[in-house]
Design a protein around this ligand. Sequence first.
Ligand SMILES: Cc1cc2nc3c(=O)[nH]c(=O)nc-3n(C[C@H](O)[C@H](O)[C@H](O)COP(=O)(O)O)c2cc1C
Length: 179
Amino acid sequence: MTALLGFSGSLRRRSFNTALLRATAELAPEGVTLTLADYRDVPLYDGDLETPASVERLKAEVAAADGVIIATPEYNYGIPGPLKNVLDWLSRPAYQSVFRDKPVAILGAAPGVVGTARAQGQLKQVLLGMASEVFPWPEVLVGSCAARFDDSLALTDEKTREVVGAMVAAFAMRVARGR
Ligand SMILES: Cc1cc2nc3c(=O)[nH]c(=O)nc-3n(C[C@H](O)[C@H](O)[C@H](O)COP(=O)(O)O)c2cc1C
């Protein structure tokens, strides 16, 4: 069994990125599970605070996962603040955190044609700063996303399903090799 943990960079109920993670879970090979992390209750990072219980819980979830998959929107050419905030919490202690050497794959969905290329580049940089092992390829950039999901937010575009399925299969193999 391979257990993956997913983070959506969007908190909104009808998020395309959360929907993309759900599709990834559905398209994952047999024996691979993808559970979504919930980080709504994580406060703004403040080095004066004791590590909150919500962060301790997430640290345990990341530690227990064989790999992490992050689906990020692009906000003003970058990654969303809430996502950066939770990564900052989880990155402590520096270079010794639960993200150190953790395989991490990235995907992203956006209504525009560029489809999160800039945000994904920025997220890779952040993960390198956390000493994570960034999964480089295949990349999944879902542009014009509104046309690729139906009203219930199921991923209906066949080509996108293929790309997502190929990525999660390759990532699961990579994760299994590293164990
Ligand atoms: C504050 C903010 C900034 C945004 N900036 C960008 C951007 O730079 N590039 C882009 O492609 N989309 C941008 N968008 C549009 C998002 O890609 C779009 O809202 C997307 O659906 C958000 O992802 P979600 O559906 O998972 O919530 C922005 C949206 C918000 C709320």
